[in-house]
Every structure is written in structure tokens, then in C-alpha cells.
Design a protein around this ligand. Structure first.
Ligand SMILES: NC(=O)c1ccc[n+]([C@@H]2O[C@H](COP(=O)([O-])OP(=O)(O)OC[C@H]3O[C@@H](n4cnc5c(N)ncnc54)[C@H](O)[C@@H]3O)[C@@H](O)[C@H]2O)c1
Ligand SMILES: [Fe+2]
Length: 384
């Protein structure tokens, strides 16, 4: 008998190449007359911000641009963005960018209707609803357009915290990812992979999330290497954008576990890109998950096309899956932890922080600090 499960999707989503052209019409349907586009300098530079600004203006909507978001957005930037939105009296927000921008936009939106600083709203739902907010991803990575999370770095402690909030509408247009350079295509794509594989093996899976994650893994393994080599390959970009969105819906329901606990803390401690630290942590996370979630890791192996036998032990299955993932990372030239100048001692040194991370409670079986440290050593040593 199946367990009773709850599953949801955060907001309606318009998907497809060219879909961003609908943004003016959709913003008007949401009664937006003056929008603040929250974005970053990278998207201004490649012309994506100007394109969306033009589309909104064509629809008769006034536009204010806030482009100060940096990767792993700080609470202070969100506080500043909230103040600009209030002073400008905007009546809608457009989050146009990768996860950093969409998360900052979500936090800024909370501050349009609630007092700053944003730090008082971490992990809470009891705030006044914000303005209509349209989330438009430009990476195929976080799935933030359809998650309940906004990941914000706390400037006082350096730790990553979450605000809990959703978009009003998501517009996923794969064409917006064409100018994403290969190394960012690979790293953000590995984030999708980690969301899907961790979502399939947490303590709270359900049939919808398993199906979405399974499909996301199949899409990533087939299409991420193509998108990496051919940035304007429509089919590859479409499939990666869908995979990102599916994996986002999945992990928004189930949370991630060990891999993201490690990755988020590596991001906070060593300032490495989120998708890269997700990639490093993923193979050993699956090797560990095979012990507590044997059948579910077989599902991951099926999605990957990894062959195994019914007599394989959890350890053997876990190693096969982990080895397959490491080869996949190598095929996209993902560098090692040592290449980023991080020592093994530094990595093992963040074990306490990892055990306090918000993804830690979702790990598939208990781990002592000593056992976690052993896994961290393997994370470091097994990918060179
Ligand atoms: N909210 C969630 O549910 C969730 C889930 C996973 C990760 N995250 C968070 O998301 C953040 C990472 O987001 P990300 O991996 O999407 O990267 P990002 O938003 O940090 O962007 C990385 C870089 O890519 C550039 N870029 C983005 N789109 C581009 C495009 N189309 N063309 C050219 N350059 C482009 C940006 O300018 C930036 O310099 C982290 O803070 C992570 O913690 C959030
Ligand atoms: Fe992630």
C-alpha cells in the first residue's frame, strides 16, 4: 500500500521557445502597470535584460531595473532591492536570471509588503503576501521558478538561509539560455542532476516527484553534454529547461539531502559555484543513499542507464552509480575540488556546518559526524 502523500506545483508555468514574448500580456493580466525587473550585470551584458524590458514597455508597462544581484545573493542586496521597489511604487516584480536572481526577487517581493530586514523572514510563511511576481529563468539549473525556496546568504554569518515563497507565474523560455557559456551550462545542469537524484532518494518521496525526477535525470544525461558543446541547439536547451523545471517541482516537494547539505556549506565556506559543489557531492551521496534507499537508487541507475544485477549489494550498486556520475562530470571538464584550491582538511572541517544545514534532516539514513567525515574524504579523493 502506498503512503499518503501531498504534492503540489507552486504556480502556473508557461513553457516553450519564444514564450517570453508573452510577458507583457501576462503582466497586464496580473494588473501590473509598473514592474521592477530584478536581474544581474551578466544578463544586462548579454542583452537579455534589455529584451525583456522592451517587451514590457511595448505592452505599456513602466519598468525599473534593479541589476545589483550577485551569485549567492546577500540579504543586504535584498534589503536594498526592497527599498527601491517601495520608493518606486512598483506594483509587480519580474525575476529575470538564474537562481540567484530569482531567489533575490522572491525575497525582495516579501519586502514590498513587509518590513526589512529580510533576515527576520527566513523559514516563515506568516508574512503579508507580496506583489504579483513573474519568474523567468535564464539558466537550466535551480528550478527556482517553481520551488517554494529563495536561498539567501546571511551576511552576518555567511550561512545560506531560505525564505519560503512562490512565484505568481513562471515563464520558461529555453532561448534565454543560448548565451549561457559552456562552463555555466555544465555547472547549472549538474544542479538539475543533483536535485533530481537527491529528490528520488530523500525520506519523503511521492509518485509525482519520482516520475518528474526520473525524467529529469534522463533528459540531463542525454542533453546536457549536447547543450555544453552546442549552446544554440534548440532541442538540448528545451530539454534542459524542462529538466530543470521538473527537478525543481520535485525537490520543492521532497527537499534535497546530503548532497545539497554539503554543496550549500561548500558554497558558503569556499564561495564555489552552487552547481559545481552539487556535482562534487553527488556521486558519494548516491553511494551513501544506496544503503538506506536501495530500491530508489536502482531507480536512479535505471534513469542513468547503468546496468546492475539483482545480486548486487547496496555498496556495489552505489559504486556503479557513483562511477557513472563521475565519468559524466569528466566528460564536461568539471574540475576537481583541489583544482579550486580547497584542501581535504578544509572540506572535512565543515562537517559540523553540514550537519546543521536545512537539507540534513532529509538524509536517507542516520550518519554520525565520523561517518560524514569519511564520506567527505571520499568526495575529495574519488574525483580528481
Ligand atoms: N530557490 C531554489 O529553489 C534554489 C535551488 C537551487 C539553487 N538555488 C540557489 O541558486 C543560486 C545559483 O543559481 P544559478 O546556478 O542559476 O546561477 P546564478 O544565478 O548564480 O548565475 C551564475 C552566473 O550566470 C550568469 N547568467 C545567468 N543566465 C545567463 C545567460 N542566459 N547568459 C549568460 N550569463 C548568464 C549570471 O549573470 C551569473 O554571473 C545559488 O545561490 C543557489 O543556492 C536556489
Ligand atoms: Fe541546487
Amino acid at each position: 500500500m502506498m503512503e499518503i502523500a501531498t504534492y503540489s506545483q507552486t504556480c502556473p508555468t508557461i513553457f516553450g521557445t519564444g514564450a517570453v514574448k508573452l510577458i507583457g500580456e501576462k503582466a497586464k493580466e496580473l494588473n501590473i502597470t509598473k514592474a521592477m525587473i530584478v536581474t544581474d550585470e551578466g544578463l544586462v551584458k548579454v542583452g537579455v535584460a534589455a529584451k525583456v524590458e522592451g517587451l514590457l514597455k511595448e505592452a505599456g508597462i513602466e519598468v525599473v531595473i534593479f541589476d545589483k544581484v550577485m551569485p549567492d545573493p546577500l540579504d543586504t542586496v535584498c534589503n536594498e532591492g526592497g527599498e527601491v521597489a517601495r520608493l518606486e511604487h512598483v506594483d509587480g516584480i519580474v525575476g529575470l536570471g538564474g537562481g540567484s536572481v530569482m531567489d533575490a526577487a522572491k525575497a525582495i517581493n516579501i519586502l514590498t509588503t513587509n518590513p526589512a530586514p529580510i533576515s527576520q523572514w527566513y523559514e516563515r510563511w506568516d508574512y503579508k503576501k507580496g506583489l504579483p511576481i513573474i519568474l523567468v529563468p535564464t539558466t537550466a539549473g535551480t528550478g527556482s521558478e517553481n520551488t517554494i525556496y529563495g536561498v539567501i546568504t546571511n551576511s552576518a554569518t555567511g550561512a545560506k538561509k531560505v525564505v519560503l515563497t512562490t512565484g505568481t507565474l513562471a515563464i520558461c523560455d529555453p532561448e534565454l539560455t543560448y548565451k549561457l557559456p559552456p562552463h555555466l551550462t555544465a555547472s547549472t545542469g549538474m544542479d538539475v542532476f543533483a536535485h533530481a537524484a537527491e529528490s528520488m532518494t530523500t525520506i519523503v518521496t511521492n509518485p509525482m516527484t519520482t516520475m518528474l525526477s526520473f525524467d529529469a535525470i534522463r533528459k540531463v544525461t542525454k542533453w546536457l553534454p549536447v547543450a555544453y558543446r552546442e549552446p544554440t541547439n534548440i532541442e538540448a536547451r528545451e530539454n534542459m529547461m524542462l529538466a530543470s523545471n521538473f527537478a525543481g517541482i520535485a525537490f520543492s516537494n521532497t527537499c534535497c539531502h546530503l548532497g545539497h547539505a554539503i554543496s550549500q556549506c561548500m558554497g558558503a565556506a569556499f564561495h564555489v559555484p552552487h552547481g559545481i559543489s552539487c556535482a562534487w557531492a553527488l556521486p558519494e551521496t548516491m553511494a551513501f543513499a544506496a544503503i538506506g534507499k536501495f530500491e530508489e537508487v536502482k531507480g536512479v541507475a535505471d534513469a542513468l542507464g547503468v546496468e546492475y544485477s539483482d545480486s548486487d549489494s547496496p555498496q556495489v550498486l552505489g559504486k556503479k552509480v557513483a562511477d557513472n556520475m563521475r565519468a559524466f562530470m569528466k566528460s564536461m571538464d568539471i574540475k576537481s575540488i583541489a583544482d579550486y584550491g580547497i584542501t581535504k582538511e578544509q572540506l572535512v572541517g565543515i562537517a559540523d556546518m553540514i550537519m546543521a544545514d536545512n537539507c540534513w534532516p532529509f538524509i536517507p539514513s542516520p550518519l554520525t559526524k565520523a561517518e560524514l567525515e569519511e564520506i567527505l574524504v571520499k568526495v575529495y579523493d574519488n574525483y580528481k
